[in-house]
Every structure is written in C-alpha cells, then in structure tokens.
Design a protein around this ligand. Structure first.
Ligand code: PMP
Length: 430
C-alpha cells in the first residue's frame, strides 16, 4: 500500500496541530506508525487520500451504525442545509428529536441536546451535584466519559483514597471528589457505598465498557449498582454514548433491564454530526435552566442540520430486526476471527454485545479492566498493522471496542476473516 499523500499531510499536520491530530487516539501512538488521511467513505469502506480502501470497524468511533454516507442520512442533511445552517432559535426538528429519544428510551422523560459526548457527561454530573447537594462522583477504572475535568482521574491506591488527576491542568481539589471503582466487582461497590454512600451525588458508568476494549457487565452487576444508588440516594448515570441505539434499540438499559436516573448520549443521535444529549427523570431535568436553577447552555445545541442527520439515523435503526441482524453480524465476525486465530495458534478471546465487539489477545475470559490490561498488546499491535496493510481498519488501540454496521454484509465479513487468517499467521511468527 502506498501512503505518500497521507505521509505528506501528516508531516504538515504535525507542525500545525498538536500531535498532527484533533483527537489523540487518531495519531496511532499506541499501535505505532502513522495515521492515514481519509478522503471519503461509503458503506463499510473508508478511502484514503492515496486511493487505498479499508473495511472499517471503527465507524467514526460509533455513529456510523448504518454504514458511511447512507443515502437517507445524506438526503436529510441536504434538505436541512437548503434552509440554512443555524438559527439560534427553537426549531421543529429538536422537538421531534426529543420525542424520538424519549419514546425509544423511556427512562428519559425529558432531554437536553448538546454538541458532544463530553458536554453530555459533564452536564449530567453538574445536574446530579446540583440536584442532590452532594459533591462526590463515582466512576470506573477503564471507563471514558469524555475529557471533562472530573473524569480525567485515576484511583489512588486504596479504594477510598483520593482520586489523582491523570492530566496536568486538572486541579487536585476537583479530582479528589471522583472516586474510582473496578468494573464488575460487586463487593468493591458495596464497600464504597457503605463508607461514602451518603456523600455520593452520582455513579456514572458505561454499562457495556467500550473504552477498555469491550467488557460486558456480569449477570446482575448493573442491577446491583442500581440497588446501591437507590439505597444511598445517589443518582445512577448510564453513559450510553457508545451503547445507545447500538447494543439494542433502547440501549444497554433496555438490554439489561436496568433503569438509570440520567442517561448520556452522543454518536448515533447525530448521525455523524457533532451531537450529544442527556436526559432522564422529569423531576431532575426540570432543574435545568431555564426551567430550574442548574445552568447549562449551548449556542449550537439542537442544530437543525445535526438534528436532521440524527433523526434520519434513528429512523433507520428502528427497522424491524435491525439490532438482531447487527448482533448476528458481530457474532459471525467474532466466531470467524476466533477460528482463524485458533488455526494460527494465536490466543484470542472475543466479546460481542449487539453492534459492539472486543478482541483480546489472551486465552482467558475477559470481563474486568485488569484482565483487559493484562492482554498481549504487542500481539494486538502486530495484528492491527497486518490487517491495515491488507485493507481492514480496526481501532488503533487494544483498548477500544470494535463497531459493526448494517453495511457490513456477509461478503464483507467473510473477506475480513480471510484477511485475518493471514494477519494471525503474521502474529504467530512473532
Ligand atoms: N462517553 C463515552 C462512553 C465515550 O465513548 C465518549 C467518546 N468516545 C465520550 C463519552 C465523549 O464523547 P465525545 O468524544 O463526543 O466528547
């Protein structure tokens, strides 16, 4: 594969953009090498500036659940653009969007549109703090909720030791209010709430973790967290930025039958445009300005073009059987990859939840962050590059979920598995 044009662009970009990119993971730091620059995308494919084609399992990090450049989404955007790009006033589409989200995700009795997942999560914890009058929040090791100050925090050594900032620029006084738990550890959550439950405003979780590879919840785990939050008067926030409308039409909360107090969304509800939202119980959402005193605002929030794209996308995912087909595609891919790895003598474990999947280079079952971190990342990095050279793009990090789309048909998946056979042979050679 030739990458001359990408290389030239990356060289220019590095003197102009920090690390040559506008979001860190794009820089290929954890897998090594240089990113490719994309010119266009269609269905399951990305096309780079050197004319190379890739089968894409990143899908713009989640939103492209119906494939790239879907004609219905494109047409909706085109029609919206004809009317102008932004008005800074209420528009009809945002009401339809709110009706759609509240219908598909009943725990959201009201919603507020924002412009990214980061805005959604930081607004949700402000609401939780304002509504409960408490300051502490609980998050999970390996979960990512955007780059808000309160989320860039790692646990101190003991469970109740103060959170330590993981980025310069985050004041210690703020990160100390973030407590961190191990995902899927029932007892740790119980102990934390016993010790500090009365001070906790909210517990925020990716109900299926998509930012530490892909970790599904253990049976009853989300119910356990729900029970603890209810008992101690803390709010349960599901960050469904990845899982929303992807692991089931009603998101992870529908799939696992657990009702959070607040939910954050992004990705799919923008259809590829920069959009997020948060929603939840009416009595909580009524406390947001201007209905209530907790302030949150946005000049471009509810943007008519973004709403049009998101509404078109949400219509497509409501097709009967959509999520069953998506899950079947994830299963076919993961079963095929496991068989191909076994043939090559490479240890591989996979997880799949609807349109999300995880590839772990280990022979162990994986459902905790510690297990995910213990996998063979060097093997993943070799696999990543062997796949990329052969025209398959996986997320450029061993700690990101894979994303399936309805445009990945049987032939595309079969081709992916055939390419993976060669890539696993490369990994096996070491
Ligand atoms: N929450 C989760 C679960 C995410 O995966 C992400 C981003 N991948 C975010 C929040 C932040 O979203 P954004 O990048 O749109 O700010």
């Amino acid at each position: 594969m030739n990458h001359d044009h990408s290389h030239a662009l990356f060289t220019r970009a590095q003197s102009l953009l920090p690390g040559g990119v506008n979001s860190p993971v794009r820089a290929f730091k954890s897998v090594g090498g240089e990113p490719f620059f994309v010119e266009r995308a269609d269905g399951p494919y990305l096309f780079d500036v050197d004319g190379n084609r890739y089968i894409d399992y990143v899908g713009s990090w989640g939103p492209m659940v119906v494939g790239h450049n879907h004609p219905q989404v494109r047409e909706a955007v085109r029609l919206a653009i004809d009317n102008g790009l932004s008005f800074g006033t209420p528009t009809p589409a945002e009401v339809t969007m709110a009706e759609t989200i509240t219908r598909l995700v009943p725990s959201c009795e009201m919603v507020r549109m924002v412009n990214s997942g980061t805005e959604a999560t930081l607004s949700a914890i402000r609401l939780a703090r304002g509504a409960t009058g408490r300051n502490r929040i609980v998050k999970f090791e390996g979960c990512y909720h955007g780059h808000g100050d309160s989320f860039l925090v790692k646990a101190g050594s003991g469970m109740l030791t103060l959170g330590v900032p993981t980025s310069p620029g985050v004041p210690a006084g703020l990160s100390e209010l973030t407590l961190t738990l191990s995902y899927n550890d029932f007892d740790a959550a119980s102990r934390l709430f016993e010790e500090a439950g009365d001070d906790i405003a909210a517990l925020i979780i990716e109900p299926v973790v998509g930012n530490a590879n892909c970790l599904p919840p253990r049976e009853g785990y989300l119910q356990h967290l729900r029970q603890l939050c209810t008992q101690y008067g803390a709010l349960l926030i599901f960050d469904e930025v990845m899982t929303g409308f992807r692991v089931a039409l009603g998101g992870a909360q529908a799939r696992y039958g657990v009702t959070p107090d607040l939910t954050t969304f992004g990705k799919i509800i923008g259809g590829g445009m920069p959009v997020g939202a948060y929603g939840g119980r009416r009595d909580l959402m009524q406390q947001i300005a201007p209905a209530g005193p907790i302030y949150q605002a946005g000049t471009l929030s509810g943007n008519p073009v973004a709403m049009a794209a998101g509404l078109a996308m949400l219509e497509l995912v409501q097709a009967p059987g959509f999520h069953d087909r998506l899950e079947a595609a994830s299963n076919t891919l993961c079963d095929g990859l496991q068989a191909a790895a076994a043939e090559a003598g490479v240890a591989l474990t996979t997880t799949r939840v609807g349109g999300m999947f995880g590839l772990f280079f280990t022979d162990q079952q994986v459902d905790t962050y510690a297990q995910a971190v213990a996998c063979d990342t060097a093997a993943f990095n070799r696999f990543f590059h062997a796949m990329l050279e052969r025209g398959v793009y996986l997320a450029p990090s061993a700690f990101e979920a894979g994303f399936m789309s309805s445009a990945h048909d049987a032939a595309v998946i079969e081709q992916t598995i055939a390419i993976a056979r060669e890539a696993f042979a490369v990994v096996a050679k070491g």
